[in-house]
Ligand binder design. Structure first.
Ligand SMILES: *[C@@H]1O[C@H](CO)[C@@H](O)[C@H](O)[C@H]1NC(C)=O
Ligand SMILES: *[C@@H]1O[C@H](CO)[C@@H](O)[C@H](O)[C@H]1NC(C)=O
Ligand SMILES: *[C@@H]1O[C@H](CO)[C@@H](O)[C@H](O)[C@H]1NC(C)=O
Ligand SMILES: *[C@@H]1O[C@H](CO)[C@@H](O)[C@H](O)[C@H]1NC(C)=O
Ligand SMILES: *[C@@H]1O[C@H](CO)[C@@H](O)[C@H](O)[C@H]1NC(C)=O
Ligand SMILES: *[C@@H]1O[C@H](CO)[C@@H](O)[C@H](O)[C@H]1NC(C)=O
Ligand SMILES: *[C@@H]1O[C@H](CO)[C@@H](O)[C@H](O)[C@H]1NC(C)=O
Ligand SMILES: *[C@@H]1O[C@H](CO)[C@@H](O)[C@H](O)[C@H]1NC(C)=O
Ligand SMILES: *[C@@H]1O[C@H](CO)[C@@H](O)[C@H](O)[C@H]1NC(C)=O
Length: 450
């Protein structure tokens, strides 16, 4: 009897052990193993791709390992579908060729395609060695430019985690996320000099559920830029700078763009950036939709344009600003935004004459000008401000001192402000309509400015 029990217990323990080992361990494919033959300070392009092919075919969870050390990589496209979850753990540094022409693919240094349950990790660095290509990069002005090598691309990738990874000195964008679902960046570091051209930190398009957390981005272009067809994005605990800020857009440049909806940008510090919280669309644009965008708990340190909606975005003056944008922007909030602006114009809403911005909320805006030309102010055209809480008149498009909200009642307020250069208030007509009882007057207001 006792013996039987012992046997049963032994078998049970054995099964437990087998089970836990199975879920904990993955098969490791080390690029420096004899089978793949990768060596530090040499080119491991072949070794890495061979290791990936074997790992991807594994029925068990697998890990491709690049140990500490520096390795050269001409380029790699890691394709799925793989049979089980797969991890690429880079503990060392991978270096791209200096010359764009030596990268294997014309637009991608490292690419991940058609994958589920991928993990990119290891504390290592993807060094794009972009200095040469920044000098040649004319992608800002030339749509057919040659220098399009993105450091790391994810195309059609789902349920993926990118953690403890550094992208350094990319030739073009650092990360490009396209047609992906449920991708989380955590504790990533993105670094390129402030003067490097077109080195956006993370560009996201046609994707859902992309999260960026605990990440530091310093680069020569947008820290994060968001293209069409994106929803349920979340950026928290991010520092941005140098760079051009976090931007929705530019949108409206192409036919059939999908909406951008549901973006939360929370606890972000912008340090020495050109812009902070931005939404931009082209004038004379195709139709589009931007809604449910929320910037919250933001610190601005020496930022040129801290809060900006620009529907006449036209960087090289090659567009017709007379024709308004057709991208509709609505349900946008800027809350608890504090810090310093290097220009007096801290809040700038240039919305479309044909489809004005609607339901824009500003609350707790406290931005001071670092210079000596006066105080911070705001400029607003074609924007319907829904709520204004704890914002000075100067920063609230000339509308009223701080207001304390009261949920149930609304005071509506419509005014027209037209602009001339950087000054507002040329003409100003205001009509009040009051909803609610007398006691709540002046407590919660709706502002419309068209
Ligand atoms: C990723 O998810 C999308 C939407 O659920 C699906 O259409 C696509 O096939 C998935 N991709 C892969 C590689 O499984
Ligand atoms: C997102 O992907 C992660 C990592 O694979 C996974 O653990 C998580 O369950 C996924 N979330 C959803 C909602 O599918
Ligand atoms: C960010 O870091 C904090 C503290 O280390 C951690 O609790 C949190 O889970 C991290 N966020 C993500 C998405 O990993
Ligand atoms: C942000 O950082 C704080 C403090 O480290 C942490 O508690 C929180 O979980 C982080 N948020 C996210 C979404 O990672
Ligand atoms: C905000 O993010 C920073 C990192 O950028 C983190 O140190 C801090 O704890 C976060 N604060 C909160 C309230 O999550
Ligand atoms: C801003 O960046 C500068 C370096 O460019 C750094 O010295 C400073 O500490 C940063 N400030 C904040 C608040 O992060
Ligand atoms: C603030 O930004 C201006 C340019 O916008 C720059 O000249 C100046 O050095 C920055 N100040 C600090 C303290 O970084
Ligand atoms: C904006 O928010 C309102 C109220 O919450 C909602 O009814 C409306 O559908 C939203 N608009 C868009 C375009 O999401
Ligand atoms: C407005 O300011 C008061 C006093 O500083 C603060 O208690 C309240 O939370 C603020 N409300 C918003 C929405 O920022």
């Amino acid at each position: 009897m006792d013996q039987k029990l012992m046997n049963v217990l032994t078998i049970f323990l054995f099964l437990m052990l087998a089970f836990t080992t199975k879920i904990q361990s993955s098969v490791v494919f080390d690029v420096t193993s004899a089978k793949y033959g990768g060596k530090p300070n040499s080119d491991i392009t072949k070794a890495l791709l061979n290791a990936w092919t074997d790992a991807c075919a594994s029925r068990r969870e697998s890990k491709v390992l690049v140990p500490r050390g520096t390795y050269r990589l001409k380029g790699a496209i890691f394709r799925g579908h793989c049979k089980a979850p797969i991890e690429l753990q880079v503990r060392g540094t991978l270096q791209a060729p200096k010359h764009t022409s030596q990268v294997t693919s014309p637009d991608t240094w490292v690419g991940f395609r058609y994958l589920n349950r991928l993990t990119l990790s290891g504390g290592g660095t993807f060094d794009g060695r972009g200095a040469l290509s920044w000098k040649q990069n004319d992608c800002n002005e030339n749509k057919n430019c040659k220098s399009r090598v993105v450091n790391i691309r994810f195309d059609f990738v789902n349920d993926t985690i990118i953690k403890d990874i550094t992208s350094l000195d990319s030739k073009n964008f650092h990360f490009n996320v396209f047609a992906c679902h449920n991708v989380t960046f955590q504790h990533a570091t993105i670094t390129a000099p402030g003067e490097s051209v077109n080195t956006d930190g993370i560009h996201i398009a046609r994707s859902t559920m992309v999260t960026v957390a605990n990440t530091s981005i310093g680069t020569g272009d947008d820290c994060i830029s968001i293209g069409d067809g994106t929803s349920q994005l979340k950026f928290t605990n991010v520092t941005c700078g140098p760079g051009h800020g976090i931007s929705i857009g530019s949108l409206g440049g192409h036919r059939d763009e999908q909406p951008v909806t549901g973006v939360i940008i929370k606890n972000v510090t912008f340090n020495n950036t050109q812009n902070g919280a931005r939404i931009k669309t082209w004038p004379a644009s195709y139709a589009g939709l931007v809604s449910d965008i929320h910037y919250e708990d933001i610190t601005m340190v020496n930022v040129s344009n801290p809060i900006i909606i620009d529907q006449e975005y036209c960087p090289w003056n090659l567009c017709n600003k007379q024709i308004p944008s057709k991208v509709k922007i609505s349900n946008v909030s800027f809350k608890n935004i504090k810090g310093t602006s290097t220009t007096p114009l801290a809040v700038n809403f240039i919305c479309s004459r044909s489809v004005p911005c609607e339901n824009v909320e500003i609350a707790g805006i406290d931005l001071t000008y670092t210079g000596h030309k006066g105080l911070t102010n705001s400029q607003c055209s074609n924007v319907k401000l829904a709520t204004i809480v704890n914002v000075t008149k100067a920063l609230a498009c000339g509308n009223h001192p701080p207001i304390i909200t009261s949920k149930n009642h609304t005071k509506s307020h419509t005014s027209t402000i037209s602009r001339s250069k950087n000054y507002q208030t040329e003409t100003k007509n205001q009509t009040d309509s009051v909803v609610g009882n007398e006691s709540t007057r002046g407590h919660h207001r709706k502002y419309g400015m068209v």
